[in-house]
Design a binder for this molecule. Structure first.
Ligand code: PLP
Length: 380
């Protein structure tokens, strides 16, 4: 039984919203195989296609450019691996601060198939230099995929995907962005942003786990990774996850319905957290751009305390107080493994990192309780 009462780990995952749960329960009644031609099948097919249309309308793209997947990891892999397999990509340019769902397939393609892999430099704030990207794209005629995430799940940095898209377009490079932390939370207009692939995972915005999608721009012709029944217009065989897709649709609708209000509300919490933490510990640092409002995810604040031998049990101590936070990304949060993202931006200064990530159900009282616990556990 989970004894936590305050959940501040929304970048790892979020609780399912009541409207999402309701949509999923309703979808449980819709049991026909969407590939069947009879009425049962058609009912399921309609549910899937209506969800696809709703998502496409919001993103300003064609429904046929949305492919449902098992989540962000599969969608990232599909974009990156297909670029090499089907689109003649010989070079991948990415960042060392990307999620492992991007770094690992890129390294696999380098190690197994000899694809050139270039990591852009990141400074101590996690920023990149777009001139470096431009110079790299000018320096070689190799067909290139640029993969730069929109919002970093650990340090919160937002990247200028419009500017990167323009550079990629000029140099005829393909552009993939892992938008798992931003999609829904920020407006993305695919008719404006010059991007070939973006990815989504429903559990980052109060939807279910194990479902998401890949957007692949119409003109970009990739081939399936799984062969079989030919679902998802032959891109992803396997009977569709109807309940998951219904949940994804309801969650997407919800997150888009009040994103400006949520951005203002959660940025307010972020400001309170920054001020409260600084009051208690003047030596606290904030990783990357996470304390720069407007330049970071409004949901993520990443705090670094100097390692003093006393604070290495902090996550556990917060847990004992009923407060769920993380040390880095979700993959690392339980395991207390060093974060490859923080290591990339600050290799020489070991710190105790706390990622506080807020969400739809975070309250003012919870932020106050966190700050009280922070003072109690870290005051010197
Ligand atoms: C930036 C980013 N990319 C990809 C993923 C993987 O998504 P999923 O959990 O749906 O496989 C995550 C989830 O932690 C993420 O934060």
């Amino acid at each position: 039984m989970n004894t936590n009462t305050i959940y501040l780990d929304n970048a790892a995952t979020t609780p399912i919203a009541p409207s999402v749960k309701e949509a999923m329960i309703k979808a449980m009644e819709v049991f026909g195989n969407p590939s069947s031609t009879h009425g049962y099948g058609r009912e399921s097919r309609i549910l899937i296609e209506q969800t696809r249309k709703k998502i496409a309308k919001e993103l300003n793209c064609e429904p046929g450019e949305i492919f449902f997947t098992s989540g962000g990891t599969e969608a990232d892999n599909l974009a990156i691996q297909s670029s090499v397999r089907d689109l003649g990509v010989e070079r991948i340019i990415t960042l060392p601060t990307e999620h492992h769902a991007v770094v690992y397939p890129a390294e696999h393609l380098r190690d197994r198939f000899g694809v050139e892999l270039v990591f852009l430099k990141v400074n101590e704030f996690g920023d990149i230099d777009l001139n470096e990207l431009e110079a790299l794209l000018t320096s070689s005629s190799k067909k290139t995929l640029v993969s730069v995430m929109h919002g970093n799940n650990e340090i919160g940095n937002l990247m200028d995907i419009d500017a990167i898209g323009d550079i990629c377009k000029t140099h005829e490079a393909l552009f993939h962005s892992d938008t798992v932390q931003t999609i829904g939370h920020f407006k993305i207009d695919l008719a404006v942003t010059k991007i070939d692939f973006i990815t989504c995972s429903a559990h980052k915005f109060n939807g279910p786990k194990g479902v998401g999608f890949l957007f692949a721009r119409g003109g970009v012709k990739i081939h399936p990774q799984n062969f079989g029944g030919g679902q998802e217009r032959n891109m992803r065989s396997g009977t569709e996850n109807i309940i998951g897709i219904a949940g994804l649709g309801a969650a997407f609708e919800l997150v888009c319905s009040d994103r400006e209000e949520e951005e203002t509300r959660l940025n307010g919490f972020k400001q309170d957290l920054i001020e409260g933490i600084r009051k208690v510990r003047s030596d606290a640092m904030f990783n990357g751009r996470s304390a720069d409002i407007g330049k970071s995810l409004y949901t993520v604040l990443s705090v670094a305390l100097p390692q003093d031998g006393k604070n290495d049990m902090l996550l556990f101590q917060f847990d004992m107080k009923g407060i769920a936070i993380s040390g880095g990304s979700a993959c690392n949060s339980g395991a207390q493994k060093g974060s490859h993202v923080i290591e990339s931006i600050r290799p020489d200064v070991p710190t105790q990192n706390l990622r506080i990530s807020t969400g739809r159900y975070t309250t003012t009282a919870e932020i106050q309780s966190f700050l009280e616990a922070f003072a109690e556990l870290t005051q010197q």
